[in-house]
Design a protein around this ligand. Structure first.
Ligand code: NDP
Length: 397
């Protein structure tokens, strides 16, 4: 059906390529390109090497990207490199007239600032050129935004309160590791908390607000209010929301390590001089930490991510909880990657499928909740991320 260029050969790229290889009727040709070609070759080898071509690319260089895209002529580029590359890849897609999809919003290298403004600024140019860009098509952002759109479409007349709850109840057996790129992950979880209430953003100290929440088939886990990027587009696209928050579970051991890392300056993103050369502490730390892509082998347990929503249906208040539980072991068995990479990579592959099938195709730059959720939700059930719904339950929030 279509040709796809995947950029980024990490944990998420591994899953994206595995899923695409399993769907030859949708993804007829796959090219995987990344900074380190040997990593692409290893993924291609595991996923089915006769189905995947590989290439080296520096995705920070727009002319290189343009050349690669023009030589392969994909229908869509799936960006699962790092958020720093988003604008370069979007620019290259614009110049070559090819659709774009990613799983994380742009952030500048020198500032841990997450916002869509830079990517939304491409909207008019994409619209005029007749090209589609699909933003935030992982799990969160991604499926959580699609769950919200699905709830608004089928179960509510008005959404009032949204709490996205993200639990990783897995154990990888390491004293400290992050589940996706350590640099991006640590920048995300150490920033100030932020949530939307009554038309404005409210800020908290990092991890200041927390409470135990009960996750289906897992039980209670201490959950911390943090800022997460999908809140920005969701409050814009669902303006009836009076409050929108995001909660993530952290173990005590993880938080203790994080505190030490911060206290000694290892989470710093400003360069420091060391032995006569500049190094960025968090990048050096990344070099020491376990590679998230390698955590899968001994990972046990489940992730549980969903949306807890309160709103109005037929004049009455209603509560609703929609979630997916994903097994680290099953994800590893299928793709060689753990559940955090799996829950991100599968939705990215489905998003690309939606585009190729023509169901998610409109000129401009859009967040996933701006498309019809139904065909995507159907594919989640078929491609390894089945979801469950609970109606009129205690949301604990
Ligand atoms: P990894 O660090 O494992 O992989 C990133 C890949 O991008 C690596 O292969 C890396 O190359 C490559 N890369 C980095 N810079 C460049 C560059 N300039 N040019 C070409 N390739 C480059 O990250 P993950 O797989 O864990 O995460 C991938 C993305 O998914 C991230 O943006 C992350 O934020 C996002 N994500 C989204 C989630 C969601 O639910 N929405 C959840 C988890 C992650 P090299 O191998 O040489 O280092």
């Amino acid at each position: 059906m279509g040709k796809v260029l995947v950029i980024g050969a990490g944990g998420v790229g591994t899953v994206v390529v595995h899923k695409m290889v399993s769907l030859p009727e949708v993804f007829s040709e796959i090219l995987l390109a990344s900074r380190t070609k040997t990593k692409c070759d290893a993924i291609a080898e595991r996923a089915g090497k006769d189905r995947v071509d590989t290439a080296q690319i520096n995705a920070d260089k727009v002319p290189q990207l343009v050349k690669l895209i023009n030589s392969f002529r994909p229908d869509i580029v799936v960006n699962v490199a790092l958020p720093y590359q988003d604008l370069h890849i979007m620019e290259a897609c614009l110049r070559t007239g090819v659709a774009y999809l990613d799983t994380a919003n742009y952030e500048p290298l020198d500032e841990a600032r997450y916002e869509y403004s830079w990517q939304w600024a491409f909207h008019d140019r994409y619209r005029k050129a007749g090209i589609t860009a699909i933003l935030g098509c992982g799990f969160d952002p991604g499926v959580t935004s699609i769950f919200t759109a699905y709830a608004a479409k089928h179960h509510f007349d008005e959404l009032h309160y949204l709490d996205i709850v993200d639990c990783n109840a897995g154990d990888h057996g390491k004293p400290f590791a992050t589940n996706f790129n350590p640099e991006i992950n640590i920048r995300e979880v150490t920033q100030k908390g932020r949530y939307w209430e009554n038309g404005k953003w409210l800020y908290t100290k990092p991890h200041e607000i927390h409470k135990p929440l009960t996750y289906p088939d897992i039980g209670p886990k201490e959950s911390y209010l943090i800022y997460h990027e999908e809140l920005e587009s969701l409050v814009r696209n669902f303006p009836t929301l009076k409050r929108a928050r995001f909660w993530m579970t952290f173990g005590q051991e993880y938080l203790t390590h994080l505190r030490v890392i911060q206290n000694i300056g290892m989470a710093g993103i400003e360069p420091v001089m060391f032995d006569g050369r500049e190094i960025v502490p968090i990048r050096f730390l990344k070099a020491l930490l376990p590679d998230p892509g390698e955590l899968g082998e001994n990972y046990k347990g489940w992730t549980s991510i969903g949306c807890r929503i309160r709103g109005i249906r037929d004049g009455k208040e209603k509560t609703y909880y929609i979630y997916n539980n994903c097994s680290h072991e099953a994800a590893y068995k299928e793709t060689g990657a753990q559940a955090v990479s799996y829950t991100t990579g599968v939705p990215a592959a489905i998003g690309a499928m939606m585009y190729l099938k023509g169901t998610w195709k409109k000129p401009g730059v859009f967040n996933v909740e701006e498309f019809d959720p139904d065909p995507f939700m159907e594919q989640l059930n078929m491609l390894g991320l089945p979801w469950n719904e609970l109606h009129d339950v205690d949301l604990e929030l």
